[in-house]
Ligand binder design. Structure first.
Ligand code: NAG
Ligand code: NAG
Ligand code: NAG
Ligand code: NAG
Length: 207
């Protein structure tokens, strides 16, 4: 198998309908599921955090309460730190027409894949059109902490100030593992050779 990176807009799209949504969404032709480790390697920022509150997202007020900003208490920046312990992740929940939903429940813990906006807020990073919100199960945390080989776990900048139940970072990052160390870049998909051949011949038939 060879790996080809294509921006979404460059490939044909198939329709996929979320069961709860009236609007449909598009995923790139040839979409294949990526593992958590693959998505971690492509995300710029990965945190372990707890959801503290939900508020309206500016410019998506009409979407409330389906669309919301999540106020998150960061326990550990697994990748892309350092960050404040108190961050706002905008445009969470479900936005009509999107293929993924990024739901959080207040007081529950998550692993979040994020990208940074200029004004200090963060966006969910739906790497490979998959959810940016992952349950912070021990298995998922261990997976990232032990097998990913991420080198720079960082505590939030203002831990002592406003995070009494600070959990900190996983203790033993596996420095021999390298699977998840990669250039941050969202919006990438993996295609198999077969699909490329298929696409090539599909195009050929059109001519
Ligand atoms: C949580 O968000 C609601 C609005 O969604 C707001 O009224 C409330 O004050 C917030 N609570 C805290 C503790 O920030
Ligand atoms: C933050 O920046 C984004 C663009 O990067 C913009 O859409 C959004 O309105 C900004 N939010 C605030 C509160 O300024
Ligand atoms: C860890 O952080 C240092 C300094 O911030 C950086 O130079 C280095 O490339 C990072 N290592 C990895 C594997 O991200
Ligand atoms: C560390 O990562 C390597 C390579 O991914 C893996 O073979 C090894 O089992 C990991 N060690 C632990 C303690 O998880």
């Amino acid at each position: 198998m060879i790996v080809v990176y294509l921006p979404f807009f460059a490939v044909g799209a198939v329709l996929l309908v979320l069961p709860t949504a009236s609007q449909s969404c598009s995923v790139p032709l040839g979409w294949r599921e990526m593992s958590l480790n693959q998505r971690v390697s492509l995300a710029d920022i990965v945190v372990h955090a707890k959801a503290l509150n939900k508020t309206k997202t500016p410019q998506f007020e009409h979407g409330w309460p389906e669309v919301y900003d999540g106020t998150m208490e960061v326990y550990c920046v697994l990748k892309g730190g350092p960050l404040s312990s108190d961050i706002t992740v905008v445009e969470m929940g479900y936005i009509g027409g999107h293929c993924t939903a990024n739901e959080v429940n207040i007081d529950e813990e998550y692993i979040l894949l994020l990208s940074r906006r200029d004004n200090g807020t963060f966006l969910p990073d739906n790497v490979n059109v998959q959810a940016a919100v992952i349950q912070a199960t021990q298995e998922n945390i261990d997976n990232i902490a032990l097998t990913c080989g991420l080198q720079n776990f960082t505590l939030p900048l203002d831990v002592a100030g406003n995070a009494p139940e600070q959990r900190g970072c996983p203790t033993h990052p596996n420095e021999s593992g390298k699977q998840c160390v990669g250039a941050g870049a969202a919006s990438h998909i993996v295609m198999s050779t077969n699909l490329i051949i298929f696409l090539f011949f599909s195009l050929f038939e059109l001519l």
